[in-house]
Ligand binder design. Structure first.
Ligand SMILES: Cc1cc2nc3c(=O)[nH]c(=O)nc-3n(C[C@H](O)[C@H](O)[C@H](O)COP(=O)(O)OP(=O)(O)OC[C@H]3O[C@@H](n4cnc5c(N)ncnc54)[C@H](O)[C@@H]3O)c2cc1C
Length: 376
């Protein structure tokens, strides 16, 4: 009988956790290493999960927990800066009609659900661990862990995010590029009556928005032109976000009352990355933000990362031969779907940066989301 194939997954974010769960289910031996000791179990404010993300979460077997922990809704409001609702648009159910269009979730809650599923899968998990690729040949990859120990795997999956050290180590030179925008985010209590995302365009920021993440919580965000991060003292983050947020009406005054602790306010630049040509070198293959990333104007980054995990797991478990042709087919299948989402996400922000007033925002959004309804 042939030896069971072994896989090293580098990075325990949405992509790495998802691919681990799916490969373990198929009986493959998976080691997952994660650089952070805490596995990011408490990090972040909220996340908007579109139907196509929910479809993968259902495939992972965690949909019931996601549904019970998050806040499902089916429309988005467009408001004036003073809070007047100008338009309410039904969201497309990109995961199919049996899933909500959108679920808002606390990011730490989603991460903990995925962590529990990885643990239950029987994968070997090593936290606070990184690895260097030492060598690879047609049969596998040799790695050295940061404690000096070594390992040999049939395949390494690089799910180590936007700044992927593994991507650089295998000679893929692409780096994320700033798009010119930045976002202030905070988690806060959910005001009664706030039951969907509303987006205000105009005012002192490009976008002010929020998303309910549970019966009692939401996350709120304000998007502006990016600034020199070094020139924004960490201690001023709450003041900076409150200054922008206080210009907005509707539910914003209630939300703004909670923008007080600078340690709870996150400031992040929007970035773009799309590795073209192939996402593998030999037997090291990229998934998730390590291969592509888009600004969250369509809230699709984690959704695409989860889809990568699903498609790669299907490819690996559906073939006895793990070779260039298989990894190239995985890339071709994903790039046709990922490229238009990255381009649309960047375009939506660029129109705002350029002050284009007659841009076909609804048309671009509708075309992109309609495409995402197809199975990945
Ligand atoms: C402001 C903002 C808002 C967003 N909002 C949304 C949204 O609403 N909806 C949505 O779908 N997407 C959203 N995204 C995108 C989403 O967060 C990412 O696409 C998603 O987290 C990518 O998952 P990943 O697993 O590929 O990478 P990550 O989540 O970055 O995970 C990578 C993991 O690898 C670990 N790691 C890094 N280096 C190493 C190493 N050398 N060795 C071992 N481990 C390592 C990290 O600690 C981390 O745990 C948003 C992104 C931003 C910036």
């Amino acid at each position: 009988m042939s030896r069971a194939r072994t896989i090293l997954v580098i990075g325990g974010g949405a992509a790495g956790n998802a691919v681990t769960i799916l490969l373990r289910r198929a009986g493959l031996a998976v080691d997952l290493i994660e650089a952070r000791d805490d596995w990011n179990a408490t990090a972040g404010s909220g996340i908007t999960l579109q139907g196509n993300a929910l479809r993968v979460l259902r495939e992972l077997g965690v949909w019931e927990q996601v549904e019970a922990s998050g806040f499902g809704f089916g429309s988005v409001g467009i408001t004036a800066p003073d809070g007047t609702v100008l338009h309410v648009q039904d969201d497309l159910r990109t995961g199919g009609d049996d899933l909500p269009a959108t679920v808002g979730m606390q990011r730490p809650r989603l991460q903990r659900i995925l962590i529990e599923a990885v643990r239950a899968s029987g994968a070997v998990v090593r936290l606070g661990t990184t690895a260097d690729i030492v060598d690879q040949d047609a049969d596998g990859v040799s790695v050295r862990f940061d404690d000096g120990s070594e390992g040999r795997y049939d395949l390494v999956i690089a799910a180590d995010g936007l700044g992927s050290a593994t991507r650089a180590a295998i000679g893929i030179a692409d780096r994320p590029e700033p798009t010119g925008m930045a976002i202030w985010r905070i988690a806060a209590p959910r005001p009664a009556g706030l039951t969907r995302t509303d987006l205000a365009y105009g005012g002192p920021a490009y976008i002010a928005g929020y998303c309910p993440t549970s019966d009692s919580t939401l996350y709120a965000y304000v998007v502006e032109a990016h600034r020199d991060r070094a020139a924004i003292p960490a201690g001023s983050h709450a003041d900076e976000m409150r200054r922008l947020a206080s210009a907005y009406g509707g539910f914003w005054p209630e939300i703004t009352e909670h923008i007080t602790d600078p340690a709870q306010v996150n400031y992040t630049w929007f970035e773009r990355l799309l590795v073209e040509g192939s996402w593998h070198r030999g037997r090291v293959v990229l998934i998730g933000d390590a291969a592509h990333c888009c600004p969250p104007t369509l809230a699709q980054g984690a959704a695409l990362s989860l889809e990568d995990a699903w498609v790669l797991a299907q490819s690996l478990t559906g073939s006895d031969t793990w070779d260039d042709a298989l990894f190239q087919a995985y890339y071709e299948r994903r790039i046709a779907r990922v490229r238009p989402v990255v381009e649309a996400s960047v375009q939506l922000g660029q129109w705002q940066l350029d002050g284009v007033r007659d841009a076909d925002v609804p048309g671009l959004m509708a075309r992109t989301m309609t495409m995402l309804r197809e199975l990945p």
